[in-house]
Ligand binder design. Structure first.
Ligand code: CMP
Length: 135
């Protein structure tokens, strides 16, 4: 059934001017943009957003990276949005991302991997509410 996922275009992809092509491909793939903004997170906000990863070795670097410049968070709507969007963006590690995916095209590294996609309906709701409370 129709549901929602949460995504954000990450700092390098925004800074390198890939926002337009990424959003164009998202819409062409059938996702409706329910909410969108552009902002720079504080390191504290990034730490809060990624709290689930706080025990991982890459946590500090990830929080520094995600707060270095502007990002574009979005809530998206489509049938089977969470699972389909993760296929659409490709593997977390761009070295393993399939041809034609967003990460294959625009990711620079495992950390600077161009875009985020929620991994469950529950996390999509939590992550969406982090940036768009009440939406
Ligand atoms: P994402 O899945 O959107 O959210 C967690 C992020 O942590 C992930 O994208 C990567 O940008 C980053 N990251 C850095 N190192 C790793 C790693 N070894 N495993 C998973 N994610 C990593």
């Amino acid at each position: 059934s129709t549901n929602r996922t949460f995504t954000m275009i990450k700092p390098d992809a925004v800074a390198d001017g890939h926002t337009g092509p990424i959003i164009q491909q998202i819409e062409k793939a059938g996702y409706k943009i329910v909410a969108i903004t552009k902002l720079k997170m504080s390191p504290e906000q990034a730490g809060q957003f990624y709290a689930v990863h706080s025990e991982r070795p890459f946590y500090q670097s990830l929080c520094d990276y995600m707060s270095k410049s502007e990002i574009i968070p979005m809530i998206l709507e489509k049938e089977n949005a969470v699972a389909d969007f993760r296929t659409f963006i490709g593997s977390t590690n761009p070295a393993e991302a399939a041809e034609g995916t967003i990460r294959k095209q625009f990711a620079k590294s495992l950390e600077a991997n161009a875009i985020h996609g929620s991994d469950s309906d529950e996390n999509a709701a939590i992550e969406g509410a982090f940036f768009f409370p009440g939406v």
